[in-house]
Design a protein around this ligand. Structure first.
Ligand code: NDP
Length: 291
């Protein structure tokens, strides 16, 4: 008889984690997280699940019944999931959205690791204290990023968005709940990046596959070499915006960093383990054919 693998220690019940979203087929998180589980010999699995809005409650009940450690929520469940949870972490409650649910002995707590993931990625290339940011977008990703950079010491955040009400709501949140100053800018013509900006962030969905050549409507001549230009788009990582920013001599940051570090934070919440981000990054680079 073949011998059994030692590391399983005759334990055939992996801990379960995963993701609920729709559409889910193109979501690479499962590959990234399972690469970390394998590398660190964490006896757990991550299941990418297609869950329609009408089935979200049952999916959560199922995860609880099967004692999942927790799960990510992606489009379109990040707000609706909150009604099925028992509590919220500080960032999730400020941001008003949950992308990571943690099951603590049957008590479901909603966390938001998107903004924290972006923040850690950014902190690898700059400090935030007293910096001026231009943030394009006011949706879920932008809200998460704005809250985290404001809490981490950003001085000024210019929020540029087409839909005024969403932009103004985010400005109010930042001004009311953090010490940063947020200013709303209408976005109905080509936007000029202010010379004083230190960091420019695309937190819109512009540039996402399959519209890979799409770029936010900004005057790229106003990007200066002193600026860091970041994009949240993970697929493709090398967006038209980042290509233009490189040509202008800016330092750039792709959306894979945010994806990796929100994954690291999720695994820590679920398993208590610190995993190696480079394993996860390499997996994504292979998937997206990054040279
Ligand atoms: P939302 O739908 O909540 O928000 C979308 C935002 O994009 C809104 O501000 C919207 O503006 C803006 N927008 C859409 N199209 C245009 C356009 N043509 N011109 C200008 N603005 C536009 O989406 P999310 O915030 O949840 O996600 C945004 C992106 O972030 C997605 O592509 C997602 O993949 C990415 N993301 C990446 C993560 C990562 O780990 N790298 C994590 C989470 C998200 P308006 O309000 O005017 O409609």
């Amino acid at each position: 008889m073949d011998s059994l693998p030692d590391e399983l220690n005759l334990d055939f019940l992996p801990a379960i984690t995963g993701s609920f979203s729709t559409p889910s087929r193109q979501n690479p998180t499962v590959e990234m997280v399972e690469a970390a589980y394998r590398h660190h010999k964490i006896h757990a699995r991550y299941l990418n699940c297609e869950v329609l809005p009408a089935d979200l409650e049952n999916a959560i009940k199922g995860a609880k019944a099967m004692q999942w450690l927790g799960f990510n929520c992606s489009i379109p469940h990040k707000i609706n999931v909150m009604r099925y949870l028992d509590g919220l972490g500080t960032a999730a409650s400020l941001i008003g959205a949950v992308n990571c649910v943690v099951n603590r002995n049957g008590i479901l707590i909603g966390e938001n690791t998107d903004g924290a993931g972006f923040l850690i990625s950014l902190q690898h290339v700059t400090t935030l204290q007293n910096k001026e940011f231009v943030l394009y977008g006011a949706g879920g990703a932008a809200r998460a990023i704005a809250v985290e950079i404001a809490l981490a010491g950003a001085r000024t955040i210019h929020i540029v968005n087409r839909e005024r009400s969403r932009g103004e709501e985010l400005v109010k949140l930042i001004n009311d709940k953090t010490s940063a100053t947020a200013i709303f800018h209408d976005w109905h013509s080509q936007h000029k990046v202010p010379e004083s900006a230190d960091v420019v962030i695309n937190a819109t969905s512009v540039g996402f596959y399959p519209d890979t050549d799409a770029m936010i409507n900004i005057d790229t001549d106003t990007l200066l070499p002193s600026m860091i230009v970041a994009d949240v788009i993970p697929n493709p990582p090398h967006t038209a915006l980042l290509r233009a920013a490189e040509q202008r001599g800016c330092k750039t940051l792709d959306g894979l960093g945010m994806l990796v570090y929100q994954g690291v934070a999720g695994i820590k919440h679920w398993t208590g383990k610190d995993v190696d981000p480079s394993i996860m990054r390499k997996t994504l680079e292979r998937i997206f054919n990054v040279q």
